[in-house]
Design a protein around this ligand. Structure first.
Ligand code: PAF
Length: 277
């Protein structure tokens, strides 16, 4: 498996694969890979003949107060995981290859990117939509796979690809969880041992809320109960727990698919999760 650092090399590899009639998959990541990422790579490898995995800690999706400088980076370990999961090529560019001097363009997905996570991190989805649009245009894959763990991100990326007429099928892959229900995340390593024991309480609370809504409970009441449960379990702060329309992320309406999205702070870790109702 080869590691390349330039867009020109990426395009040349993909062009060769295309000449050979191969179907191409893309799995964008920020590195610090774990079994959740491995499942995305396997999903791509099951559907495409060649899979490109990108490793790029994207500065534009971090605010100056966030953990860009300390975000975990371990390329050697990432490469082992990518090889084991069936990736064929790794695109790991330097920042100046992606954001060249004079870069001026941002991609903003209105409404979907401005609610929930967008209210707490207004910079975030602009950074994500911009980098993912660039990666899709650079690689022009047939499919691109993203985790459902970042459910709002997946919705934003789908909308962006549709609006910009990017002919890539966006695939959402199921969240991979620890045996106690905690969603796998690169940021789980920020949890202390004591916090790690508390952490699954958020998934438990939103799963119970989903169960109550499915049995007829009011979505806003069920979400408020989940907030209390998460705080009682020992989380310091809940940014949001909300039941929303699963496609538009607007307030839920009867008869429409619904999703509960949650983000809460436990020590240094800001944990994010969601479940279907
Ligand atoms: O989910 C992530 O790891 C990132 O937000 C992504 C999609 C790779 C864009 O930088």
């Amino acid at each position: 498996m080869q590691v390349i650092r330039t867009i020109a090399d990426l395009r040349s590899h993909v062009a060769t694969w295309r000449r050979d009639g191969h179907r191409v998959g893309l799995v964008p990541t920020m590195g610090a890979l774990h079994p959740g990422h491995a499942s995305l790579i396997k999903r791509s490898a099951a559907d495409a003949d060649r899979t490109v995995v990108t490793i790029f800690v994207n500065p534009t999706q971090f605010s100056p107060q966030e953990d860009f400088a300390t975000y975990p980076r371990d390329e050697a370990r990432d490469l082992d995981i990518i090889t084991g999961a069936g990736g064929h090529l790794v695109f790991a560019p330097e920042i100046r290859e992606v954001y060249r001097d004079g870069h001026r363009t941002k991609v903003e997905v209105q409404s979907l990117g401005q609610t929930l996570e967008g209210e707490f991190r207004p910079h975030f989805f602009v950074g994500v939509a911009t980098i993912v649009a660039k990666l899709l245009i650079q690689a022009l894959p047939d499919i691109a796979v993203f985790g459902e763990k970042d459910y709002q991100q997946l919705c934003v990326i789908r909308q962006m690809a549709q609006d910009l007429d990017i002919p890539t099928e966006i695939i959402g892959a199921e969240t991979v969880r620890e045996p106690d229900g905690l969603a796998m995340s690169s940021r789980n390593r920020y949890l202390s041992n004591a916090e790690r024991i508390i952490a699954p309480a958020m998934h438990a609370a939103i799963s119970q809320a989903a169960g109550r809504i499915a049995k007829g409970a009011n979505p806003a009441t069920a979400a408020a109960e989940a907030v209390s449960e998460v705080l009682s379990a020992g989380f310091q702060r809940v940014d949001y727990i909300a039941a929303r329309d699963a496609e538009t992320l607007r307030e839920p309406a009867k008869g429409r698919p619904m999703r509960i999205l949650a983000t809460a702070w436990l020590g240094q870790a800001r944990l994010i999760d969601n479940v279907a109702v």
